[in-house]
Design a protein around this ligand. Structure first.
Ligand code: GLY
Length: 255
């Protein structure tokens, strides 16, 4: 069975970072039950959820994808502990590193002055697109490139100015087609195959070669993905979307 790192919802989720959205009321009980359903869905699709211990003083901790990125190549598995671009999120990485250690996963780090959020990293085959925006800087991209080039990856920097993270704008279907709402994407021409979708936040998590997970808030985009021959499983992540989260940022999948 594959595993998925997840981290519980902080009771202070409503105080999480906001960049492009207005702050609105968050229902913490609903957030917790949405998180449970999200974890159950991953388990149903073969990803055993592994919990990183929570700390309520880290409001954004549930967005565990930002704290680590995992790369598999013929050279083996490498987990890269990130260097979060928001100061309030810098305390999130140590517990993630400790959990990886207990799983026996080798890891290294991006160091300051480099900053890099996992939400800015989109892997498509051996190409690694990295969003250069409010959270990830040039030095963070440089360090990641230095780590990954010897492992056979090509790191491509992508300007991100319209949304929080690269993966707030684009994600990739199992066939490598990059999807996103055109208004959120600075440079769609950078991707070899780009498919516009009708809704903002229409991210996909690949559950299986023919199956993706999408948010309940993007039904027209889900219909479009289904029309391309994929099965779409949906989860409601409304309380996390209020904090600029989406289906990708709530887990790190280790296949
Ligand atoms: N609320 C998620 C973030 O801004 O990092």
């Amino acid at each position: 069975m594959s595993t998925a790192l997840v981290r519980p919802t902080s009771l202070r989720l409503a105080e999480g970072q906001l960049t492009h959205l207005e702050r609105v009321e968050v229902d913490i009980g609903l957030a917790q039950s949405q998180w449970d359903s999200y974890c159950d869905t991953l388990a149903t699709w073969g990803f055993e959820p592994v919990r990183v211990p929570g700390d309520d003083d880290l409001p954004d901790q549930v967005f565990v994808e930002d704290a680590v990125v995992v790369f598999d190549s013929p050279a083996g598995r490498l987990a890269v502990i990130t260097s979060p671009g928001a100061e309030s999120r810098r305390g999130e990485t140590d517990a993630v590193a400790e959990t990886l250690h207990t799983l026996g996963v080798e890891h290294t780090r991006i160091d300051l002055p480099g900053t890099l959020d996992g939400g800015d990293v989109l892997k498509v085959g051996d190409t690694v697109y990295v969003g250069r925006g409010g959270r990830t800087n040039a030095e963070g991209i440089r360090q990641l490139r230095e780590l990954l080039t010897p492992r056979g990856f090509t790191v491509v920097g992508v300007p991100v100015t319209k949304v929080l993270h690269l993966k707030s704008a684009v994600t990739a279907l199992p066939d490598g087609t990059v999807i996103g709402h055109p208004d959120d994407v600075d440079e769609p021409g950078i991707f070899p195959r780009f498919l516009p979708v009708p809704e903002h936040g229409a991210a996909v998590v690949v559950l299986a070669p023919d199956t993706v997970l999408m948010a309940a808030s993007v039904p027209r985009s889900a219909e479009l993905v289904e029309s391309l021959g994929y099965r779409v499983v949906t989860v409601d992540v409304s309380e996390f979307e209020k904090l600029e989260g989406c289906v990708t940022c709530l887990s790190v999948r280790l296949r």
